[in-house]
Ligand binder design. Sequence first.
Ligand code: ASP
Length: 375
Amino acid sequence: MKKIHNKKKDIPIQIATFVAKFPAMIDTNANVLLIYTGGTIGMVENPETGALEPFNFSHLRSNMPEIKRLNFNVDTQLFDPPIDSSDVSLEKWRQMVHVIEEHYDRYDGFVILHGTDTMAYTASALSFMLENLTKPVILTGSQLPIGKLRTDGKENLITALEIAADKDADGYPVVPELCIYMQNLLMRGNRTTKVNADNFSAFNSPNYPCLAETGLDIRYNHRFILPPDYNLPVCFNYKMDRNMVIMKLFPGISREAVRAHLTVPGLRGVVLEAYGTGNSPINPWFMDMMHEAVARGIVVVNVTQCLYGSVEMHRYENGQRLEKIGVISGYDITTEAALAKLMILFGQGKTPAEVNRLMPVALRGELTVRGLANR
Ligand code: ASP
């Protein structure tokens, strides 16, 4: 399989050249690269405004002497400046992938420290940008800064590092997937969504079992982990198309609002957040506008507004009408993953017909087609 696009040279990397080496107590062979992008975990309180602001990695390091006690090697790479994840962008995703590509051969696993606000978007995007992944890439962060006594950051970080370093008896990584680890749960990244702004358990994987749960031990759910094909070379996909919208339906949505979404200049794809099993109003103006958009080659993917469950457009007349005009089922995919998938498929130069064909197919275990063991 060939590399789709490697924009390595055109990427303005803002990563500090500083590399900190944590001495390992026991010399095992595992090497993990810790990539610090920002987020609450490393933030400090601005004494004047009381707001949390990104701070530099030395703050995180001085609050985490525990890392020195790990029995494998951890090196670090920093985003300079670190960001609040609300500022994440396609460019930042490329920078993350670029760091992984540059260091892919030298490390057994990667941990990305990232703010929780957009972590599910980043996890989804990276899962598609990294193709034929054979090593763990674990995103984690925290709800409380690492310097706070009750921080959730320490456990999240230490366990994420351990998971990234874990190998099976044959020396293969236990979880060669793009994951989020938060509050005792390891989840496939493109299955996650942020569900809580306050609690330490900020993420949920509503439609797919967790890949591991941690307590006294790390208990892996091996049968839910995707086995990679080690014969295929890993590919780093950098090209993404940003010409997408998310249109969430609500009772009373106006013609103007729907039109505004569907007539965005350059629009290629729409994530339609519909009701229940994928239903929408069927009044003529709505159906005409949707039909006209599909006829113009815009790919419309139907995802459910519900946290749990799947789109099944055949169930109700309202869903069937959408199906008839060419709206595609996203089954149980999250909004975040549907968006990222549209961005990557169009970014790879695929035609609307090809994107329509691939959206309901699981490329990275991001969806399950009802009735099929499609994971
Ligand atoms: N605003 C922060 C961020 O996403 C919140 C967090 O880290 O949890 O960067």
